[in-house]
Design a protein around this ligand. Structure first.
Ligand code: AMP
Ligand code: MG
Length: 426
């Protein structure tokens, strides 16, 4: 893949394009029950084998009639029309053909009897006995209004889905409504890609796990938790390799094990060129590593390559930089590896800036921002005061990234791109 060890900064779009071109979708699939398939990626095109609805049915409680019966009677009576009720069709029953000149008592979801073409809502009908039509039985007569339109309140067979049509395609990530769609055509199981397995390694002698004492000079491991959450939200599996000390042998052992266990290896920290940064040298030995000068901020240092043939991302150590680089750079690549055909890149809104940035950026900046909706319905984004790559509180306070493009100056009131986090947590 093309990259950038030279002086020029690699534009974000170009980096993602190259990454997507280099991604190999997982081949392994498994069959899962539809009820367990939320967030999984379809490994096959799905075709309906039945029509939905399977037969014409009623959209209302009321009476099924032949429109012609009303039209004819109407032309002679010029008023309301009376028809006897010849059958009652509760939901789930198989109706008999409708006798000409009669009506069938029908309910929402009941099958329309052969011969009927129109349903009249019960609220528009009157029992001849002067009572409500509720509970009206066969052999009683019902009065219909004159203003009935042919085909009213009939849901036609196949209106939603026709037998033989493709309902969802390979590479689609299943949403809650998709599970309902599959169930509606009678599917109980689907073939999906096995979950992508991602190994995460938190490097640094100064890192300790929460729940333990944090001696002087140490900090808690937050990256592991941010990444595990992002991975979980994407429907992938996280293999936590724990904290890796700043030591070449420990780093190599952990990287080898990670490559064995997972489809992709992700490290945080230790990828700079300082003498305590061992990831770069280790990955160079075990595979290949390109240290990117990517034109995004935060996003330094960032590396891509492979460890023993498994794709490798070396993310920065700083917590907010981990959040941004994983969400904006690694995520699209990983989704493609998971078999996703679409939705790889987050959708950005155009909103009003509640802030100004009057110095042009050399790197595309992902500013932690909060989108608010004013009383007039307009959406505007405000920035957190602390945009440091080490500050996670800004990431928690915000609900998305306001994007300052390379060379873009932003004045308050200007339009800016805003990527809601909800776009990234799936
Ligand atoms: P490094 O790239 O290893 O020099 O790390 C850059 C910064 O990120 C340092 O201040 C580290 O202490 C911090 N850092 C690295 N890993 C983590 C982690 N897992 N959790 C929180 N902070 C970290
Ligand atoms: Mg370090």
């Amino acid at each position: 893949m093309s990259c950038c060890d030279h002086a020029e900064l690699l534009p974000y779009d170009r980096a993602v394009e190259d990454l997507l071109a280099a991604a190999t979708p997982l081949a392994e699939t498994e069959t899962v029950p539809v009820a367990k398939a939320l967030g999984r990626v379809l490994a096959e095109n799905l075709r309906a084998t039945i029509d939905v609805p399977p037969a014409n049915n009623s959209a209302m409680d009321g009476f099924a009639i032949r429109f012609d019966d009303i039209a004819q009677a109407n032309s002679s009576n010029a008023g309301r029309v009376v028809l006897p009720v010849s059958q009652r069709i509760p939901a789930g029953a198989t109706p008999s053909p409708l006798k000409p000149g009669t009506a069938a008592r029908i309910f929402t979801g009941s099958e329309i009897p052969p011969g009927a073409d129109t349903v009249v809502m019960q609220e528009q009908c009157r029992s001849l006995a002067g009572t409500d039509v509720d509970g009206i039985d066969c052999d009683r007569a019902v009065e219909f209004p004159a203003n009935v339109t042919c085909g009213d309140h009939v849901r036609e067979k196949g209106l939603d889905i026709t037998a033989g049509s493709t309902i969802l395609r390979q590479g689609h990530k299943l949403l809650p409504q998709d599970l309902g769609l599959l169930a509606s055509v009678g599917m109980a199981e689907v073939e999906v890609y096995r979950r992508l397995r991602l190994a995460i390694l938190s490097t640094g002698d100064e890192i300790v796990e929460p729940g333990q004492a944090c001696p002087d000079g140490h900090i808690y491991n937050s990256n592991r938790f941010t990444l595990a959450g992002l991975i979980d939200a994407m429907g992938m599996e996280c293999v936590d390799m724990g904290i890796i000390p700043d030591d070449p042998n420990a780093t190599e052992t952990a990287l080898r094990k990670a490559a064995e266990l997972a489809n992709c290896v992700i490290t945080t920290g230790g990828v700079s060129v300082g003498e305590e940064d061992h990831v770069k040298a280790c990955v160079d030995r075990l595979g290949e590593l390109q240290l990117w000068r990517l034109a995004i901020k935060p996003g330094k240092p960032l590396a891509f390559g492979n460890v023993l043939g498994k794709p490798f991302f070396g993310l920065p150590g700083n917590p907010a930089a981990v959040f941004v680089t994983f969400a904006m750079v690694a995520r699209p690549y990983l989704l493609r590896c998971q078999g996703c055909a679409d939705g790889l890149l987050p959708m950005a809104l155009t909103v009003q800036a509640n802030f100004s940035r009057n110095f042009p950026a050399k790197r595309q900046e992902y500013l932690r921002a909060r989108l608010d909706i004013a009383d007039n319905g307009l959406m505007s984004a405000s920035l957190h005061d602390n945009q440091s790559s080490g500050a996670l509180s800004a990431a928690s306070w915000s609900n998305g990234f306001a994007v300052q493009a390379v060379d873009q100056l932003i004045a308050a009131g200007d339009n800016v791109k805003f990527i809601p986090y909800s776009e990234l947590f799936a």
